[in-house]
Design a protein around this ligand. Sequence first.
Ligand SMILES: [Zn+2]
Ligand SMILES: [Zn+2]
Length: 574
Amino acid sequence: MILLLVYFPTLYKDELLYSSIARYHVVSGNKTQRQTIEDLFGNRSVCATADLPSHLMCLSNNLNGQYTADQIIKNHTLLPYYTCFMKQNKIHQVQSLMEDGNKQGEVHASLGLLASSIKLPVKLRFCSECFKSDSEICEPYWHRCHQLPGVFICPLHRSILKISRVEYSTLHHKFSFVPLAMHGESDYTEPDIDANWLDHLAFIAVQSNLLLQSQSKSKEKTASYRMVLPKERYQTIGGRVRFNRLIQDFRNIYTDKLLEYLDCGIDSNSTDTWLHKIIRNQEEIMHPLRHLLILGFFEISVGSFFVTPHNHPFGNGPWPCLNKVADHYNQSIVEKCAITRCSTTSKPVGTFQCSCGFVYSRRGPDTCDEDRNRIGRIKAFGPVWHDKLRCLNKTNTSLRQKAKILGVDPGTVKLQTEYLDTNKAVLNQVRSQSQAIRSRKINKKGCSLTKVNRKVDWDQRDEILYIAVVKAVEQMKQLPYPQRISLASIARHTDSGNLKHKLMKNLNKLPKTNEFVKTHVDSTETYQIRRLTWAASELNETEGKVLGWRLLKLAGLNHPLKKMVKDKFMELVE
Ligand SMILES: [Zn+2]
Ligand SMILES: [Zn+2]
């Protein structure tokens, strides 16, 4: 037996193991396939498949070290194609099944190929151009790269592959070892290919071949399409995928006919298609053909796809408060990062809002850890920072020194001082009115006890406070997340504790301000409704629909809801 195996042929580049066994079978003069299988594997009952053969350790031993099992698997089977998007432990598992033998179909089952709706080719295929050029150099042989699912074009010649009459595996009971040279090039059928599909099919063929040739054994990479999506129009910068738009464009590009031809059709009414699963990274094994369809859609080649994935443009929260005068400076306590897109560069902009009132933003994405401590713009300073500025302004500290303490440039110190002064002016106006009235009272008291004019100029005070309150509410509504609007939060946003006092105590004497506050302050219910409305518009934009449980979760609510809130909820849920 060993003597016979001395003649085992040298494998050609990209030749299927099956092809070399077929050539051996002819040379050996064996009358039956079983004899050949016994020669090579030492076991008659080994079933042979062209794509993913097993018992390769036995074969390698019988070949006396001519090829190791690993060499055969890597260079002469289709396994490298299937493992490119798989985790390392899974690759080991499949590889050992191929090395050590297995029950029929076990390798295919462990790769999910038996359950997959993508069918394996039934017959071996070949390219006429390859046939010709191989004949000139050596002899025609079965190429690996022509046998991959979804490959209908030769990646080398771009010609449509011819379908032979040779079965792909013993599963079909007609399996036989036929060398391509013996099969000849005239006995074939041609697949029914639409001319419009050629570009897509050429991409699939070339990329499939790249997967097949990829020699790296360790592919511990978490292929994530999220890193591809932000560049496009299919994902909000916050990370939610606009599936409706994605699926629509995807089907437009490929056409339903081609997708069905490739067993990759998409049901537009389903929210759980293979496209959803692959983007959500849900399934452990997804057929490489489907990965290639997505890469093709984004015009990304296999080689450039496997780079470091970048999920959130600003990393994981919580993020540090960068208010230099806060006692929690640099501590990671900011829970929320609202993300918008820069209108000129379309890069993500994160806005970080701390409970101390300090709000900063920066353009992303972050590329290193140091970026977490970078402020692009300060959007609000908040009372803690302003109090510190007030204190510093009462001392002899130099402008430069103040800027250093406050963590800003001198220009900002000047501007914010001006801002405080304007606010102070408003306050002083209010105060001087009160004083005027008080002094009038005293004067009158001094000369006459009969009648005291107690009338404060509430109208004028109302005007001043009204402007401050409207401004504060406007500011609050611009915050990235809905914040509860209350008398206290309005007062806080006017950046002055004294205004708060005036507001709270005398609201009933300030009709215009009072009216405005009354219509804008949130009750528990209205605040819940504002959150629901905000969440619904987020979901609509990102997912194309509003599911009840998603809405509640995003709005931070639980059942049971108050009637008014429930009504709104029912109205928002489709
Ligand atoms: Zn070819
Ligand atoms: Zn803070």
